[in-house]
Design a protein around this ligand. Structure first.
Ligand code: UDP
Length: 461
């Protein structure tokens, strides 16, 4: 008995799981999970608006949970009248479009007003089934956590929560033009930290932020690294993939398909265009590079792939205007967001992906790029410290001075040997991030949470 109790206090690892099974007959199978993603739908195209890494996370983990026999219902808010109440995303994965508020995209700041309607929609769905339909709730982002809180109490099942981003962390690293996150969100996040049975953090740093800034109980926080789809994101050249190859001449089909010259030096930015992601730092760095080496102009291509995000603060048009002001409009190519299969071509065609963000809770783009054999030059912040190995798979830059980015990029252009070493290191580093490993860890967390819940109920009887 006390051995089980002792293991319940800690993070649940693989050994603990076996331990539960042997010692605790209450340890049950998880058949169905209610996943809540209120503010953005798994059906949305990531890379624009509010859709980004979290959407990819929810979709990829749900599909893999279903492959392992755990059905997943993803609750999200219906943003269009045309959406059916239920859509099958993949075998075993349903998207439930809950009617709450107007049928249109809403700013995140508006959504707290519709929380009650959304939550009752979630509760109504469950009430149409036999009791015990869901074994566990996993919520993403604080707004979903609020809905999950009510559902947890109604259904008597554990709540696992992923913050993805945190107001206190975001407010400490605001970009110019960014509005601070309101106290409403800070308080809402605190309530979830205090209520959830388990918190899932993307990195050890996020775990420290949860325990430090939000006083989360360390035994209830698990660090679970997100993943990358290594079958979609892989290098063009199998030689590079084996990590033994020659120079990565990026002359393959990806460049042809995208209409990029074989001898170009291609710099890539991927992601939502918002102050936090700092695409302007890349443009300013490019202007500095061209000032130092005007001959580079005929070789350099900068591709910016992504759509607007946020209330009109940093639109692609503004970036275009900035490129014109800097006198580099002729080398910058703006591309709308695209599905990941196409995105993989952009990574393969690029020489370097640049991620100058002011903060990233993880930075999937950085890992996807590396998985395609393209090193990353990133800001040394947040999850990027985990996503990029400085000097091995890319370069981490302190701060956001464009001159620093320019000098790193010029070095990678001038030193093909360094570039090749980083390209090989990038592929190697990315191999440690697979979604299957993420789902293994999530299942451990889920099992730990349901077992604890069952024991508490048993003790209360
Ligand atoms: N993405 C995409 N198409 C695009 C741009 C981005 O599918 O045109 C995806 C990208 O593959 C990545 C996600 O959007 O998985 C962005 O995640 P990241 O963690 O880099 O940033 P976030 O959006 O979460 O801030």
């Amino acid at each position: 008995g006390h051995r089980v109790a002792a293991s319940l206090r800690g993070t649940v690892g693989p050994v603990d799981r076996l331990h539960y099974r042997r010692w605790c007959p209450l340890s049950g199978r998880i058949n169905r999970v209610a996943t809540i993603s209120l503010h953005t739908s798994p059906l949305d195209q990531p890379g624009t608006g509010d859709a980004g890494g979290m959407n990819v996370y929810v979709v990829e983990t749900a599909k893999r949970l279903a492959e392992r026999g755990v059905e997943v219902d993803i609750f999200t808010r219906a943003t269009s009248r045309a959406l059916p109440p239920v859509t099958e995303l993949a075998p075993g994965v349903l998207v439930r479009n809950v009617v709450a508020g107007p049928f249109e995209e809403l700013d995140k700041g508006e959504l707290p007003r519709h929380l009650c309607a959304f939550t009752s929609g979630v509760l109504r769905t469950e009430a149409s089934y036999e009791p015990g339909h869901y074994d566990l709730i996993h919520t993403h982002y604080w707004l979903s956590g609020q809905a999950g809180w009510a559902a947890k109490q109604r259904w008597g099942v554990p709540l696992v929560h992923s913050m993805h981003t945190m107001a206190k962390v975001k407010n400490a690293a605001l970009a110019a033009g960014d509005t601070p996150e309101p106290a409403l969100r800070v308080n809402g996040e605190q309530q979830i930290v205090d209520t959830a049975d388990h918190l899932v953090a993307n990195t050890a740093k996020e775990t420290r932020e949860l325990t430090g800034l939000y006083a989360a109980d360390p035994s209830r926080v698990a660090t679970v690294s997100p993943g990358v789809d290594l079958s979609t994101f892989r290098p063009e050249s199998p030689v590079i993939a084996r990590g033994t190859g020659l120079l990565p001449h990026r002359t393959g089909p990806a460049r042809r398909r995208l209409g990029l010259p074989r001898d170009a030096f291609v710099l890539l930015f991927v992601g939502r265009i918002q102050p936090l992601k700092a695409p302007d730092v890349l443009l300013r760095a490019v202007a500095i590079m061209l000032r130092h080496d005007p001959a580079l102009r005929s070789k350099l291509v900068v591709a910016v792939v992504g759509g607007p995000s946020g209330a009109g603060r940093c639109r692609p048009e503004e970036l275009q205007r900035l490129a014109a002001e800097l006198g580099i409009a002729d080398v910058v190519r703006f591309e709308p967001p695209c599905p990941q299969r196409e995105l993989a071509d952009w990574y393969r065609a690029a020489d370097v992906t640049v991620v100058p963000s002011h903060n990233e809770s993880f930075g999937l783009v950085a890992v996807e790029s590396q998985a395609c054999g393209t090193p990353v030059v990133a800001a040394a912040v947040g999850g990027l410290l985990t996503a990029v190995r400085d000097g091995e798979s890319g370069v981490l830059v302190q701060g956001h001075d464009p001159a620093d980015y320019a000098s790193v990029l010029r070095r990678l252009y001038a030193e093909p040997g360094t570039h090749l070493r980083l390209a090989r290191g990038a592929v190697r580093h990315a191999q440690s991030f697979g979604w299957d490993a993420t789902v293994d860890r999530l299942l451990e967390v889920y099992t730990g949470a349901t077992t604890r819940e069952a024991m508490v109920k048993e003790m209360a009887r």
